[in-house]
Design a protein around this ligand. Structure first.
Ligand code: BGC
Length: 371
């Protein structure tokens, strides 16, 4: 009788999803609705060390990323907004998944299998980051994987002809929170040959999203070459050595130290680094950033041949972010693992063309430690 009543009590007080006393490491809540009536959800992934990432199904945007400093104090290290309306009102790709083709396509034109395609010229004379309604502005379908490593799978079906691109593209992005790592695993298939270049566009400030400029962060990029550009940021086609230039981050450098030596306006880095000649099967270390005051260290590993380093040069204080913080120039930096800009028009660059029967894959890992 006594045994029976203990069992009964246990059953009554047990959480609905089983007898486990472990806290849930992935939670879902509503984040509002788009003007088209599509519901947007927010997912919070946490690990045992307190690292936490918040992702919304609109644009696959990472809205918050909390990591500990050298004393274990958590800070949110990505720029972003705190409500859907602010994201809908427009923002410079804060935390978003970018595609179908991230970065610039010269004059918004390319030719594939003898046919010319025209994209929206939304960045001066060029096309940038997927067009008017790129993957950063669509609502993705989400499923969760719990267990030891919480993961969020986002799926999106991009229609044949969407934003001017050929072929129906089925895209999947899986965010996984590991011990101290956030990994982003992309895959895609198509029914017609099409260019594909996906990336994650988080702006980081390892002192905290509200901590001011990132100029004093120390950066190392494991690339001896970069792709110089014209004044509209389209690669000239050359692959140059970084040696003797302000683009050399082979050894750790303070980000803002050589701003004065850079050409172009606005001042800052907006540069594609050549990590390797083609995609790698396994992610390899591409960059390492140290924030000296907090001791936070971020390493980026990727399978991609390139990484765009951008220092938030175009931020101008008109973006009011989380908690009303005004994001001024250099408030965050991006390390966007991807293929090179304008690859679709550049014969000497690794190809971004995906054909029917093939699967596009890319994996990038952001790893957080302290020193
Ligand atoms: C580009 C910048 C651009 C920023 C926001 C980066 O990927 O390289 O030129 O201003 O995205 O759109």
């Amino acid at each position: 009788m006594r045994i029976l009543s203990i069992a009964l009590l246990a059953a009554i007080f047990a959480p609905v999803d089983g007898f486990t006393a472990e806290p849930k490491n992935i939670e879902k809540s509503s984040y509002g609705e788009t003007p088209d009536g599509e519901e947007v959800d927010l997912y919070t992934l946490t690990n045992a060390k307190g690292m936490k990432v918040k992702i919304i199904t609109y644009g696959g945007i990472i809205t918050e990323l909390w990591t500990p400093d050298r004393d274990g104090k958590l800070a949110d290290v990505v720029l972003g907004h705190d409500n859907l309306k602010s994201y809908l009102d427009g923002h410079p790709y804060f935390g978003a998944i970018v595609g179908r083709v991230a970065n610039r396509v010269a004059r918004g034109k390319f030719t594939l299998d003898g046919k010319e395609y025209t994209l929206l010229q939304n960045n001066g004379p060029n096309a940038l980051h997927g067009g008017k309604k790129g993957f950063d502005k669509v609502v993705w379908k989400a499923t969760v994987g719990e267990g030891k490593k919480p993961s969020l799978t986002l799926k999106y079906e991009s229609k044949d002809g969407e934003e001017g691109y050929p072929g129906k593209l089925d895209v999947q992005v899986v965010y996984t929170l590991n011990e101290n790592q956030l990994s982003v695993n992309y895959s895609a298939t198509t029914n017609k040959a099409t260019p594909v270049n996906l990336t994650q566009h988080s702006y980081f400030n390892l002192a905290g999203h509200n901590a001011g400029e990132i100029r004093d962060h120390q950066l190392q990029i494991f690339a001896s070459k970069y792709t110089p550009t014209d004044e509209t940021l389209i690669p000239t086609g050359n692959i140059d050595s970084v040696k003797g230039t302000p683009y050399d981050f082979m050894e750790p450098q303070v980000i803002g130290k050589r701003f004065g030596d850079l050409k172009g306006e606005p001042v800052g880095y907006d540069t594609n680094y050549v990590l390797r000649e083609s995609k790698n099967k396994e992610p390899q270390l591409a960059a390492k950033v140290v924030e000296p005051t907090s001791g936070r260290v971020m390493e980026v590993y990727t399978t991609e041949p390139g990484i765009q380093f951008y220092t938030g040069n175009f931020l101008n204080g008109k973006d009011k972010g989380k908690g009303g913080v005004v994001y001024k120039q250099y408030a965050g930096f991006c390390l966007e693992a991807q293929h090179f800009p304008d690859s679709v028009n550049q014969k000497g660059f690794p190809s971004v063309i995906l054909k029917p029967g093939e699967t596009y894959t890319q994996m990038t890992i952001y790893s957080f430690t302290t020193k």
